[in-house]
Ligand binder design. Sequence first.
Ligand code: GLP
Length: 241
Amino acid sequence: MRIIQSNSKEEAVLKIAEMIVGKIESRPSLVIGLATGRTMEPLYKAWLEIVRKGGIDQGQCRFFMLDEYLGIPSDHPSSFRTYIKEKFLKPSGLAEKQFFFPSVENSDTKAAAMAYEKSIQDVGGIDLQILGIGTNGHIGFNEPASEPNSRTRQVVLSAETIKANRSSFEGEMPTEALTMGIGTILEARELLLLATGSSKAQAIKALLNHDDDPACPATYLKRHRNFTVVLDPQAASEIKQ
Ligand code: GLP
């Protein structure tokens, strides 16, 4: 695991955006796994700004969603599909066919999960997986006690995650989701995790201090040989220098 500590949130976001775009420049057909959440909002802005300024062509890239809520239509204003469409797909001007979303409206979630795994395999796997982290150390929606070899599947959200994400919903908040598994994520060729803000300090502390800890699923990512964590000072505030 490589840790990059930045002097500000803006610097952390810019650093990770530059890393992503640099990888697209050296491999235009990059397959990228996309995360959502508040942390990622400035990243998508910075990423597209660099692409615009540099005239970089992303037309050959393909993008896979990390997770999605279950029990709401995929075009719900608070779905992750809507998030990616509004914050990345539309402003990027890329084609919808470059984006892959799990089919959460399929009542057979097992079949939807398997089909999603197959669509990842069909493009040769994910080159670069972008990740955030939950306050409880979850990755995607792999909550504490998730298995390190887990695959894309239906999961029940923890009380902590429901509390953290409730403000994104006007009405009732979903309690279940479909998420790539930890095993699925570990198969990506490279992992890039961005954590900003003091609410992530405890999860980052647990990530650094523990190995293979079921209470902090992010610790399983340390098994990966190409795993980089980019932090702002607040997210890094519990790390002993
Ligand atoms: C969300 C998503 C994750 C995200 C994490 C942190 O619920 N499932 O992919 O990384 O929780 O979200 P935020 O950046 O809003 O704190």
